[in-house]
Design a protein around this ligand. Structure first.
Ligand code: 1GP
Length: 235
């Protein structure tokens, strides 16, 4: 079924259920460690695995996902840093538009490059408005995309940007402090966006504790993404 991942998230959104996602970066994860990693992922009651990163030092994305698929039935969703990170081994891809930035390459350029490639895959393509939010220090995503993140103390800009994403036709809104963010996105910003936008929210960046996860869900997130804290074995 080509719309399963989005339908599951939309159902969770309607029923006020919450989904935990673990983000694995193929550059930072050894394939040999995947059995233990997937065991930990199951122990955390994770609902889905995202795979991606801002850079690609190792060209192993197909192999990486194939190994994950041998170890779990959880859906694997690509969270690509660029059009180079496409793999037909995944179930779905977040088709990201970097709405917080003003760099046409990340609003439409990479998408045009990726679209014909995606057409040749079986991937579920999920239109996602992506908002990078300032988080205490410059992140790789902001540097690589050559875009300024949204100011963290201006939730109204986040609301206006996420609303624009809804009206453009995005199916999900991803508010991200960027990998390894010093501070997670403020609960006030999440609350304001969730109250004003009729789409499921994915929240990530700098979330380190179960208490923070609960607070982010309570503020209105449907999906929380944990990358760095999981990598560092802090859970
Ligand atoms: C990054 O939202 C993800 O794009 C996860 O961030 O690595 O800080 O958990 P962390």
């Amino acid at each position: 079924m080509k719309d399963k991942v989005l339908k599951d998230i939309q159902k969770a959104y309607r029923n006020h259920q919450k989904k935990l996602v673990i983000l694995l970066d193929p550059d930072k994860t050894q394939i040999a460690d995947l059995p233990d990693i997937v065991k930990r992922i199951h122990q955390l009651n994770t609902n889905c695995i995202f795979v991606g990163g801002s850079l690609l030092f190792k060209n192993i994305i197909d192999e990486f996902i194939l190994h994950i698929k041998q170890l779990t039935d959880l859906p694997v969703v690509l969270f690509p840093g660029s059009a180079m990170q496409i793999s037909n081994q995944a179930d779905a891809i977040l088709f990201l538009q970097l709405l917080s930035g003003r760099n046409p390459d990340y609003l439409i350029g990479n998408q045009v490059i990726a679209a014909p490639l995606l057409k040749q895959t079986d991937l579920e393509v999920i239109s996602t408005g992506y908002l990078l939010v300032e988080s205490g220090r410059e992140t790789t995503a902001s540097y690589i995309s050559n875009t300024k993140p949204l100011p963290s103390h201006k939730p109204e800009i986040a609301v206006a940007t996420a609303l624009a994403g809804e009206f453009i036709g995005n199916k999900l809104i991803y508010l991200d402090g960027g990998s390894g963010a010093l501070h997670p996105i403020s609960l006030n910003m999440i609350k304001m966006v969730s109250e004003n936008v009729n789409l499921p929210l994915i929240i990530g960046g700098g979330i380190k504790t179960k208490k923070q996860i609960r607070a982010v869900f309570d503020a209105g997130a449907t999906v929380v993404v944990i990358g760095t804290a999981f990598e560092n074995d802090e859970f």
